[in-house]
Design a protein. Structure first.
Ligand SMILES: [Ca+2]
Length: 407
């Protein structure tokens, strides 16, 4: 029997309430035994599925797909990147870069970064991995991570040369991005123009998102060596867009090459909850945070394409660029950690700049879903994030899974 988290939580709550009521009536041995029996009967040991590849899931329109397990027992996998040779690199937020080769997760990490700051209950640590568009020849691999510098929490983008499963020639590409325990970014992705894009959080200082001289709350555009491109929208500045609270997903439509991003909305202390965003990204535009959020508008500031209240916490973003999952071709996907699902966005032809429909897939089935990428095999790969301190992990968490067609 598959037990869904919401149901399991309800059953657990009811059982514990009943036990509490029994105990409140005066504890006798018999009542305690009854309470323990109830707990064993009704409290499921594990709340999340572990990838039963026979189960067929369906979209709202009836398209069937299955989910297969690729790797298990990872610790907070944050990003995935396929190498041209088929290897799959996986970052684990505490600081390890792992690799899956020929379907097997190698037991030894490719690297363990010694200076990664991974705070309990925080959102930083080792985050993105991105491969150079010329990786097959130059073997450059980029990572973003949180660390301390002169006592302050910062984020850093570094480049290594990868060879035979080991890293060398460490080079700092971008340093001293404001960081914090939360709202910490930090997606790194190559655009179709060959430039290196970095999303940064506001590091809990809202006003920084509107300041052009701060790297916080931005999408940045760099040459792959870290220098500033001459054709950036703000001359001499790495800022590509501003007014972001904490964007963690960035991807380009496979045919139009237009960029889209996901962003976490406020969480109570810095604004009303919810207001997570899906945005169309254009060079030089201001996406509003913290001046506008949720459905607010303001002259000179961009409105979102989608907003989610209550929060679902979009943690990634990719276009499915394959054809094997025929219904998904050129759809945008992101993992919703708090929403515990994979979100699918269908853009409307012929321009693909407006949303035609969107839906939540795998709701509650695998717990918190974070990263999602297209695999070279035409499957859609995604990761769970149940060990990040904000969920009850199962014994096989965290997982790397893939969506394949029903048949
Ligand atoms: Ca916005």
């Amino acid at each position: 029997m598959r037990v869904f988290p919401a149901q399991a939580a309800t059953v657990r709550l009811l059982t514990l309430s009943l036990c509490g009521a029994l105990i409140n009536q005066g504890s006798t041995g018999r009542r305690n035994l009854l309470c323990i029996a109830l707990l064993f009967l009704f409290v499921p040991p594990c709340t999340y599925a572990e990838g039963d590849s026979a189960t067929v899931y369906r979209t709202a329109s009836g398209f069937g797909f299955r989910v297969e397990v690729i790797a298990q027992k990872l610790e907070i996998p944050w990003a995935l990147a396929f190498a041209p040779d088929g290897r799959l690199f996986v970052t684990e937020r505490p600081g390890r870069l792992r690799v899956i080769e020929n379907g097997q997760l190698k037991s030894e990490p490719v690297a363990t970064l010694p200076d990664v700051l991974h705070l309990d209950g925080g959102e930083g640590g080792l985050m993105a991995v991105a491969l150079d568009p010329q990786f097959a020849t130059n073997h450059f691999l980029y990572l973003s991570y949180t660390t301390r510098s002169d006592g302050a929490i910062i984020n850093r983008v570094v480049r290594y040369r990868e060879a035979k499963g080991a890293l060398s020639e460490r080079t700092i590409i971008l340093d001293n991005i404001p960081g914090a325990q939360v709202h910490d970014g930090c997606r790194v992705a190559f655009g179709p123009d060959g430039k290196l894009y970095v999303t940064t959080g506001d590091a809990t200082e809202r006003q920084l998102a509107q300041q052009l001289d701060s790297l916080a709350g931005k999408i940045l555009r760099l040459n792959s060596d870290g220098t500033t491109p001459a054709d950036n929208p703000f001359p001499g500045s790495p800022v590509y867009t501003l007014g972001h609270r904490n964007a963690q997903g960035l991807a380009w439509h496979p045919t139009t090459k237009i960029a889209f991003s996901t962003e976490h909305g406020p969480s109570g202390f810095d604004g009303p909850g919810g207001g997570d965003e899906f945005n169309l990204i254009r060079a030089g535009e201001n996406y509003g945070w913290p001046v506008i959020h949720h459905g607010q508008t303001h002259a000179g500031m961009e409105a979102h394409l989608l907003s989610f209240t209550p929060a679902i916490a979009p943690a990634s973003g990719t276009f499915y660029s394959g054809t094997r999952l025929s219904e998904f071709t050129n759809n945008f996907f992101f993992g919703a950690v708090r929403g515990q699902h994979l979100h699918r966005v269908v853009l409307a032809p012929p321009d693909f700049t407006a949303v035609q429909s969107h839906e939540a897939l795998l709701q509650g089935t695998f717990g918190r879903i974070r990263e999602v990428v297209t695999g070279p095999d035409g499957a859609l790969y995604f990761t769970t994030s149940n060990r990040d301190g904000r969920a009850q992990p199962g014994p096989k968490d965290d997982q790397v899974l893939r969506i394949v067609p029903e048949k």
